[in-house]
Design a protein around this ligand. Structure first.
Ligand SMILES: Cc1cc2nc3c(=O)[nH]c(=O)nc-3n(C[C@H](O)[C@H](O)[C@H](O)COP(=O)(O)OP(=O)(O)OC[C@H]3O[C@@H](n4cnc5c(N)ncnc54)[C@H](O)[C@@H]3O)c2cc1C
Length: 555
């Protein structure tokens, strides 16, 4: 392109939230692009707090290693200590933490994850970008309009100002700047709502107790749970189809309820105080504490989940973050998908030649779609399992093992942009899809059965998720860094087989419980006969299968 036709900017990004700022940082670090970032807000981040605080391994790796923010993260944000889940014990008052069962991972994650204060991070990212001469931030860009030109340069107009750019990236969050203009909205099957707030000071769940600190310290259950500060976890208090998060930030705590609208009327939790009152009734250990907490800020979404028909195009536009797709906050996939989408977008921007770009955009659209869609059954088919420690332990163990293998492993070796690796990856991931969907429905059936037939825990139970060997072995994938595509494909094949074995083991545990036949739990011959593609939670059929010790049928 002659300099006369050269656009003002190589890349224009709309929206200076987490997605837009991380993308700008990523581009400035790894390309020589000139980047302009526009936001309707004059001087972001501003005083309002934001949700999107809890990182898991993939986004932890992206922010700390790929974007080189390790020092900032370690100094300004809390290191996160995994996820912990809590359930009240029936027959107890549940006014103290010791009354609750919990499930956790005792070991710290070897990929650092963090509890982010979003404003602190976003301010830092903007400051870092501004230190680069190839970057400009334009705040207060109101009434933005775009004219896309797949052949030449795109034009952005706002308040009488015009600029041209080669690539236009929409990171405008729920505003969906491009998605709306291009008619790419698409609904999904997740109908969940959320209300949240931030309160003054640290809500340390370990201190919501009737015991002395000495008794808490010397509690023999620590032999299983360990000594690391429990408050550094994202603590989840669970019930059927809903969960309540407790996330520590420096000097304040983020608290939020997420619920399936089929189990809770949104009017009951229509503001921060009503939500805290509801939570105090549901999980009474919070009652005394919340009565005195000052709410600093709050927010609410009546219905937050949606899809998009397309998020990247060879006509040089793309969407990242909530401007494209959003599933659910459980397990924090939001920042993970930002990390994956940004990685693919940066690679597309670096691609020369229209044919190579067209090929990549087709491939990357598939990757973007499947990485989002694979989460959907976890939220639409089996959210009810949150109500039962046993059903949820199997659900989360399975999901985490899939996550370690099919999300974290390729990401930490830069393989989401390896064109030779991706077809193999997509094929294997595709094979996992029906197994996952069936298992999620099966576990939901198990949960519903346990509601009426299961034995509630008589005493609080402590469960380390790594007690499930296939999950513990999957964690070792964190150390498989720097693999070639070929090596990673071999590891992935092994992980796929491990996951099939894990799914069969989970199914056998459920059969053992439902049929009251403990022998099934360790009957490896029976486990091998489980047909993962034909799972149904039907106790009569399950009984018949066990009695007949089915003829072998391959999954
Ligand atoms: C209840 C809930 C809890 C969550 N918890 C987590 C979690 O624990 N961990 C996690 O990883 N994720 C979480 N998420 C997801 C996370 O919040 C999102 O992934 C993330 O905030 C999206 O950031 P973003 O940059 O896309 O959008 P935003 O942060 O909303 O940024 C969008 C920016 O675009 C600007 N903008 C909008 N429209 C225009 C326009 N027309 N012109 C110019 N500028 C514009 C806005 O001013 C804003 O600055 C949660 C989501 C929800 C709903």
């Amino acid at each position: 392109m002659s300099s006369a036709n050269r656009p003002d900017w190589d890349v224009a990004i709309v929206g200076a939230g987490l997605a837009g700022l991380t993308l700008a940082r990523h581009l400035l670090l790894t390309t020589d692009c000139r980047v302009v970032l526009l936001d309707k807000r004059k001087d972001p981040p501003g005083p309002s707090q934001k949700v999107g605080e809890s990182l898991v391994q993939l986004s932890g790796y992206y922010l700390s290693k790929v974007l080189d923010l390790e020092e900032h993260l370690c100094t300004e944000h809390f290191l996160k200590y995994n996820l912990r889940f809590h359930w009240p014990t029936s027959g107890r008052e549940n006014r103290a933490l010791e009354d609750y069962s919990n499930a956790f991972i005792r070991l710290g994650s070897n990929i650092a994850t963090f509890q982010l204060d979003r404003n602190v991070l976003e301010e830092h990212l903007l400051e870092l970008c501004r230190q680069n001469r190839r970057f400009q931030f334009i705040g207060g860009a109101l009434n933005l309009e775009a004219r896309l030109d797949g052949e030449g340069s795109h034009t952005l107009e706002f308040d009488g100002t015009e600029l041209t750019c080669r690539w236009l990236i929409d990171a405008s969050g729920r505003g969906g700047f491009l998605k709306k203009r291009l008619g790419l909205d698409q609904p999904n099957s997740i109908r969940h709502g959320s209300t949240w707030c931030w309160v003054d000071g640290l809500v340390n769940t370990e201190k919501l107790t009737r015991r002395s600190w000495t008794d808490v310290r010397l509690d023999r259950s620590r032999q299983k749970q360990g000594n690391f500060p429990f408050f550094l976890a994202t603590n989840h208090f669970c019930a059927e189809g809903m969960w309540f998060w407790v996330i520590p930030l420096h000097g304040k705590t983020s608290l939020g309820l997420v619920y399936d609208k089929a189990v809770l009327d949104s009017n009951e939790v229509s503001n921060g105080r009503k939500m805290l009152d509801f939570v105090a009734r549901q999980w009474p250990l919070f009652a005394e504490d919340f009565a005195q907490r000052k709410i600093l800020d709050e927010g609410r979404y009546y219905d937050f989940s949606y899809d998009a028909r397309q998020t990247i195009s060879a006509e040089r536009w793309a969407m990242t973050g909530e401007a494209g797709r959003f599933s659910d906050p459980l397990y924090s996939p939001g920042s993970d998908l930002i990390s994956i989408y940004n990685t693919l977008i940066v690679d597309a921007i670096r691609t020369d030649g229209p044919e190579a770009l067209a090929h990549k955009c087709r491939l990357y659209e598939t990757v973007m779609r499947v990485m989002y869609e694979a989460y959907v059954p976890s939220y639409s088919a089996s959210y009810d399992c949150l109500g039962d420690r046993q059903a949820f332990t199997y659900k989360y163990g399975w999901e985490l093992a899939v996550y370690f293998g099919f999300y974290v492993l390729p990401f930490i070796s830069d393989l989401f942009t390896d064109e030779a690796f991706l077809p193999h990856f997509l094929r294997k991931f595709g094979l996992l899809g029906p197994i996952n969907r069936n298992l999620q429905k099966f576990l939901s059936g198990y949960y519903q059965w346990r509601k009426t037939h299961g034995q509630p825990d008589a005493e609080p139970v402590r469960t380390d998720f790594y007690g499930m060997t296939p999950l513990r072995d999957s964690e070792k994938l964190f150390y498989e860094v720097g693999l070639t595509g070929q090596e990673a494909a071999e590891v992935l094949d092994m992980q796929y087989e491990r996951l099939r074995g894990f799914a069969r083991w989970i199914v056998a545990q459920v059969y053992a419980d439902v049929l009251n036949e403990p022998a099934i739990a360790s009957d490896t011959a029976f486990q091998e006969r489980v047909r993962l593609r034909d799972l149904r939670f039907d106790p009569n059929r399950m009984r018949a299968e066990w009695t007949a010790r089915m003829e072998p049928v391959h999954a």
